[in-house]
Design a protein around this ligand. Structure first.
Ligand SMILES: [Zn+2]
Length: 402
């Protein structure tokens, strides 16, 4: 093979190259198939995430709403300070007040507070570029005398954020780009905290090159035996897909890429996606204890939280150093990762038997989704029609099965 327009390689040289190649093939150990993702040992351990969840989801914090969300905010800020991270907001503050609309006297009441800290980039040429690592810390409070502890939703995401902040602030080679860590308040109130932040950022919002958030990473979709995290948003920036491939996945965790239009706006990435900022959303999916008093710490899969946190850590390191920043693509290219993930989920559902009983209608819906996914995978391509159908059916499944 020659480069177009380049000079042909001399014959003798070609022979030498072939001989070398042959030799390499003979001495090389058997190569793993290309689809096998690279795995790595999780760097963040269970004990790095468990205490955060234990405290935030404890009865003392009563579900982190109203004045109890203030205590959660103070806990996060204390951790930022212990790590020596800089305050993110004006007047050297770790807090950003989130006001309500003006009342009849023109006064704005404070509804809640975002918390944020900053790790300046070590490369002066790139420290203006910011990666945001976030998680909402509020939850539903106490209702009818019952505490909604919100261990998965979203003490698990905050545990990730603090574990990543800890690892990055303690490493000797500081990331080249700047990293900001933000705990959003009022996510459970129509994303009001992240909406306010995106409209009132501490710097021009164009400087945010990547937005990462995790919401519910400690359970499993529909309580299925699914050792996976869903990653949504990478379809809007090919560089993010490449980064996910580059860093691989932590041992014991599957990474299932889905497109965000499958679920719509379900967490704090909404206001950033609307501004066309490349983003990644990590979630292990909705389960039967979602938004109930049963979302408690003893039901959390701590290994999973540690593994997802380790994945985010690697991605942040990769994106903080890479030459190629993610660039927003409005109309994503369709690939087969999505039908692959859906095929896996529907198979698990159909094989779960008594562990996950389905009504006849649900079983029928799940099996036609699997059938269509298998047909797509068999022909090796997904048409826009296939995709429209899959999106509609997945939304139906989310509403009626999970
Ligand atoms: Zn929630």
């Amino acid at each position: 093979m020659t480069r177009p327009g380049g000079s042909p390689i001399p014959r003798r040289r070609t022979q030498q190259l072939f001989a070398l190649l042959l030799l390499l093939l003979l001495v090389m150990p058997e190569v793993a198939p290309a689809e096998e993702p690279v795995t790595f040992r999780p760097e963040i351990a269970v004990e790095d995430v468990r205490p955060t969840i234990a405290y935030l989801a404890s009865p003392e914090l009563a579900g982190r709403s109203g004045r109890h969300s203030t205590r959660a905010a103070e806990f996060i800020v204390q951790r930022f300070q212990e790590l020596g991270l800089q305050p993110l907001f004006a007047e050297q503050s770790y807090y950003q007040d989130i006001p309500a609309a003006k009342d009849e006297n023109g006064v704005r009441r404070v509804l809640g507070r975002n918390v944020g800290a900053f790790l300046p980039g070590s490369d002066p040429a790139r420290s203006d570029e910011i990666l945001l690592v976030t998680a909402h810390y509020d939850h539903l409070g106490t209702r009818g005398g019952e505490i909604f502890a919100g261990a998965d939703d979203n003490a698990s995401g905050v545990a990730m954020m603090l574990a990543v902040a800890t690892a990055l602030s303690k490493q000797s080679n500081k990331p080249a780009r700047s990293i900001a860590f933000v705990g959003f308040d009022l996510e459970e109130h129509m994303l009001w905290g992240s909406t306010w932040f995106a409209a009132h950022p501490p710097w021009p919002i164009e400087r945010v090159k990547l937005f990462i958030t995790a919401d519910m990473i400690g359970r499993s979709l529909g309580d299925l035996p699914l050792p996976a995290v869903f990653v949504l948003g990478s379809e809007h920036a090919p560089q993010l897909k490449e980064s996910l491939d580059r860093v691989g996945r932590p041992e014991g965790l599957d990474v299932a890429r889905l497109c965000v239009d499958l679920i719509g706006t379900r967490s704090d990435y909404g206001p950033f996606r609307d501004r066309q900022i490349p983003f990644l959303f990590f979630s292990s999916g909705e389960h039967p204890d979602y938004h109930t008093p049963r979302d408690t710490p003893e039901r959390i899969d701590y290994e999973k939280v540690a593994r997802v946190s380790s994945l985010v850590l690697r991605l942040v390191r990769d994106m903080a150093a890479t030459e190629e920043l993610p660039e927003w693509v409005d109309k994503p290219e369709i690939d087969l990762d999505e039908p692959r993930a859906l095929e896996r989920i529907t198979t698990l559902l159909l094989e779960a038997g008594d562990k996950r009983p389905l009504t006849d209608v649900q079983r029928y819906m799940v099996s036609i989704v699997r059938k269509r996914c298998r047909a797509i995978l068999e022909k090796g391509e997904m048409t826009p029609d296939d995709r429209t159908w899959l999106v509609r059916m997945s939304q139906l499944l989310l509403l009626s099965v999970f």
